[in-house]
Design a protein around this ligand. Sequence first.
Ligand SMILES: NC(=O)c1ccc[n+]([C@@H]2O[C@H](COP(=O)([O-])OP(=O)(O)OC[C@H]3O[C@@H](n4cnc5c(N)ncnc54)[C@H](OP(=O)(O)O)[C@@H]3O)[C@@H](O)[C@H]2O)c1
Ligand SMILES: *[C@@H]1O[C@H](CO)[C@@H](O)[C@H](O)[C@H]1NC(C)=O
Ligand SMILES: *[C@@H]1O[C@H](CO)[C@@H](O)[C@H](O)[C@H]1NC(C)=O
Length: 391
Amino acid sequence: MDALAFSSPLGWLCVGVTVLFGVTVLHRAQRSPVEKANVLIWSLLPALLGLLCGATLGTGGGLVAFWVVCLICSAYLGGRTLLPVGDRAVLITGSDTGIGHALAKYLDSLGFVVFAGVLNKDGPGAEELRRTCSRRLSLLQLDITNATQVKEAYIKVSEKVQNTGLWGVVNNAGVLGFPADGELLPMSTYRQCMEVNFFGAVEVSKTFLPLLRKCQGRLVNMSSMAGGIPLPRYAAYGASKAALSMFSGVMRQELSKWGIKVAAVHPSGFRTGIQGTSDLWDKQEKELMENLPADTRQDYGEDYLLSLKSYLLHMPAYCDADLSPVLGAILHALLAKRPRGLYTPGKGAYVPLCVFCYFPLWFYDFFISKMVSTESVPRVPRTAEAESKNL
Ligand SMILES: NC(=O)c1ccc[n+]([C@@H]2O[C@H](COP(=O)([O-])OP(=O)(O)OC[C@H]3O[C@@H](n4cnc5c(N)ncnc54)[C@H](OP(=O)(O)O)[C@@H]3O)[C@@H](O)[C@H]2O)c1
Ligand SMILES: *[C@@H]1O[C@H](CO)[C@@H](O)[C@H](O)[C@H]1NC(C)=O
Ligand SMILES: *[C@@H]1O[C@H](CO)[C@@H](O)[C@H](O)[C@H]1NC(C)=O
């Protein structure tokens, strides 16, 4: 081994640059609130590699190898580096329960000025936030489908952030509706999903954009896996989320000229309030049944219709109770120097999207039918299958 590399001036230059790089990275790490350990590894790695290369390859080869490593690391770090929290203010809609609720607590604990929009200001979710969060957090009565409430929330927020502007808006509020075949879903489910998941998010975004523009902030839309790829039983919900995702994409392009960065999040399943309660399911099932024409009802069969609810019963088993992947994705969207346009946190959120994007449709449909194999089949296809077996 040619350790003499260090006796030449170039060798020392190499060591000097390594140290400088390390110090810069460490300095950045101190300002960034999370992932300090990761940044430490990424600063030590090029330093060690640089020394190793200098020692083994000799000065010339060592320098080249070292600079390549530095370049890769800084490109990688650039994507990971988070801006300081400072006094950045963020509005979250739908903070009563689930992801929005956890996000409000998480951002509050990191030092953000949080505006937590809640559907019910006197509800248990709001009460809990009032009790556990710092005084930086303000609760806002905000039904995103109510134009008056959106305006009132805007006035309250703009009074409080007069000088600094609003850094982020997280369009989180959403409803799932009853997951069932698109043919069976009542029109009211389609309308309600569009009303909350799409029109509500559009109205909130449009209203708050002037405040975001002030500080070139971030818009984060909680879409869904079901908004990126077709999934059985999610006709209403998926269509409303697809509309939201498409809007996010267009907004990303249009708002970049204002320095506003837009991200969409497509989580897979997480255990939250969105799966609903058995009371709600009963109500939704009743509404679905009442709106079914008699022949549709007969074709699908009573057994099948009554089994729809059991899908919801089993849903929690597939859903992750740990929300931290989603929270991490939203934090990255809010604070990363270079946020991504699309995040896919959660088990099984990415692979189906890839299959959908890169494979023929027939293969995607086959893949999904295996992934979400539903035990129950409507009456008519079932009897047809039985008859063909009997032949
Ligand atoms: N959990 C998942 O697996 C999953 C997967 C993909 C995408 N997402 C998306 O992530 C977001 C958060 O969902 P989550 O799982 O946390 O569900 P969640 O627990 O039901 O949270 C949604 C929140 O939005 C509120 N809300 C409903 N209608 C509203 C309205 N008109 N105005 C204001 N707030 C309203 C709900 O209030 P109430 O509780 O009082 O109704 C609830 O607090 C949703 O957009 C959802 O589509 C979730
Ligand atoms: C909208 O919000 C306002 C103010 O909170 C309330 O008075 C009104 O009844 C709401 N409208 C609807 C349709 O819920
Ligand atoms: C979110 O979607 C709404 C429309 O649904 C759009 O107006 C807004 O700009 C989008 N924001 C982001 C950050 O995608």
